[in-house]
Design a protein around this ligand. Sequence first.
Ligand code: ZN
Length: 118
Amino acid sequence: MHELSLVQDILDTAVSYAREAGSQKVVAVFLRLGALRDVKKEWIQYYFNFIRKGTMAEEAEILVTVNPIICSCHECGREFEIDLDRIHDEEIACPGCSAKNYTLISGTEFRIEGIEVV
Ligand SMILES: [Zn+2]
């Protein structure tokens, strides 16, 4: 289970952080997730709620922000969003100049952006 090990890492990070900060408990964890990551926000929350029991993060919420898939055009510099459903469509072109020469600049994130402890 891919999600479970990812979520276990997040929980471990949050608990070590709270411990090092001399806190009693973790209140919230803020996670940034790129839309291209093969992980569903709902599953992260589901697993987190399941494994947090009996830890310092027992009452913690995990707040997931999903980043859209954004590309930057090499020809005109325009940044544009691509739907996840269309990501394998080879006909995708820059909406500004129709070039197919672009780089992905957002959509693969997976990082903890904040941990709130008390
Ligand atoms: Zn362009």
